[in-house]
Design a protein around this ligand. Structure first.
Ligand code: S3P
Length: 174
């Protein structure tokens, strides 16, 4: 993969997209964007508030809008795309464009459940996070696979090691 394109991290909630993305962006000296943060900055509301007041379809429409804008920016960036972006066929098509390289940060639902335990800002996480994540993973794993040029298994792996693996995968020596 060439480093001179947008690098997009995808994967489930708790996979570490934002944490890893920030560090990868710093190493590549590129701007970093996070789709949830962009939505919150644009609307002045949290993701949880948008889900609660406008519903998930309205949130997904905003998600599609900000992803398209980030990918349309000609300056190569590192983008942490929220877990649900792959649900939309148009988003998946954009992510498969030659100007985009996608890395899937993958972990088992049990590990993801431990990571998101106690999180109050994720509206899809309910009283049984692991069961929810198993269900979401069954639906989404084929979609992450469809868009990703590279998969990094993050289960039990230190963030610094995940960062190195992503950088190696995009052609930057560590
Ligand atoms: C979601 C993931 C969240 C956030 C919202 C829905 C999902 O972002 O967009 O809670 O559908 O997977 P992160 O993947 O950054 O946690």
């Amino acid at each position: 993969m060439s480093p001179a394109r947008h690098l997009v991290l995808v994967g489930m909630m708790g996979a570490g997209k934002t944490t890893v993305g920030r560090q990868v962006a710093a190493r590549l000296q590129r701007p970093f964007f996070d789709s949830d943060e962009a939505i919150e900055a644009r609307t002045g509301r949290t993701v949880a508030q948008i889900f609660a007041t406008d519903g998930e379809p309205a949130f997904r429409a905003l998600e599609t809008e900000v992803l398209a804008e980030m990918l349309d920016d000609p300056e190569p960036a590192v983008i942490a795309a929220a877990g649900g972006v792959v649900l939309d066929a148009g988003n998946r098509e954009r992510l498969r464009a030659p100007s985009v390289q996608v890395v899937w940060l993958r972990a088992d639902p049990a590990e993801l459940a431990r990571r998101v335990a106690g999180s109050t800002h994720r509206p899809l996480i309910d009283h049984d996070p692991e069961a929810t994540l198993v269900r979401l993973a069954a639906e989404r794993d084929p979609l992450y696979r469809e868009v990703a040029a590279m998969v990094v298994d993050v289960g039990g792996v230190a963030v610094s090691e995940v960062v190195e693996q992503v950088l190696c995968g995009v052609g930057v020596r560590s």
